[in-house]
Ligand binder design. Structure first.
Ligand SMILES: *Cc1c(COP(=O)(O)O)cnc(C)c1O
Length: 224
């Protein structure tokens, strides 16, 4: 049996039922994905549009493809026909593009809003103030082909897990604020995507519903 399958089997044992594993297969060949598919896994994540489109074209049609990376507006059209969840929506402009492409494809695009919780300023995302403004806008609330399913965040890349915990806790607090905001009817707002190979345990502790795991299952990548 392959190493990847072994790692996968070991890994899923520790995942509680209320948490879904997004197996992040970026840079890995379709064969690796098929091995997990044959184990019954269906949820895979990619961070580049071209790679996502290529793999989706080659692999079984019942895979749930998640776009986990930064998404450029001019590339939405390539994934709109089939993508299951877009994790890192970080601007009103991108939301508008999603609404337009959703309508063209006659399907509702599920997405998460990315919140900037880390210290590094290289990471994309809304600030807390911006996200509060964005979800309250009439325009946002009237989207018909975009469904905001929750939030996504990436913690600071550090060994200090206490620091990471504070950042995830902050994200969860923002999530709860939005979920319980008066007058904002969001029954489908229930996903919290946080946690990667190095910090998923903390993320699950702090309420993650989706964890995005690459290297721990597929092995180290040569490039990202
Ligand atoms: C690559 C990537 C992951 C997975 O990272 P690992 O550290 O390999 O688990 C998760 N989320 C995003 C957005 C990624 O780009």
């Amino acid at each position: 049996m392959s190493e990847t399958v072994n790692k996968y089997r070991e890994f899923v044992k520790q995942i509680p039922e209320n948490v879904r594993l997004v197996a992040v297969s970026k840079t890995k060949p379709p064969g690796d994905i098929l091995r997990l598919y044959n184990e019954g896994h269906r949820v895979f994540g990619e961070n580049k549009v071209q790679e996502l489109v290529d793999k989706a074209g080659e692999l079984p049609g019942d895979i749930e493809w998640h776009m986990v990376g930064h998404l450029q507006r001019n590339k939405v059209k390539y994934i709109a026909p089939f993508v299951s969840l877009i994790h890192a929506v970080d601007s009103m402009k991108l939301l508008r593009t999603l609404e337009k492409e959703g309508e063209k494809n006659e399907r509702v695009l599920d997405c998460l809003l990315q919140v900037h919780i880390a210290e590094e300023d290289t990471k994309f995302g809304f600030s807390e103030d911006e996200i509060m403004e964005t979800v309250k806008l009439d325009e946002t609330r009237q989207f018909q082909f975009v469904k905001i399913r929750g939030l996504m965040g990436m913690a600071t890349f550090t060994d200090n897990l206490e620091h990471v915990r504070q950042e995830f806790r902050k994200l969860k607090t923002i999530f709860e604020k939005i979920k319980t905001m008066p007058g904002l009817d969001r029954p489908d707002f229930n996903e919290l995507s946080m946690g990667m190979s190095n910090d998923y345990e903390v993320a699950m502790d702090e309420g993650a519903t989706l964890i995005r795991i690459g290297s721990l299952i597929f092995g180290e990548r040569n490039y990202t």
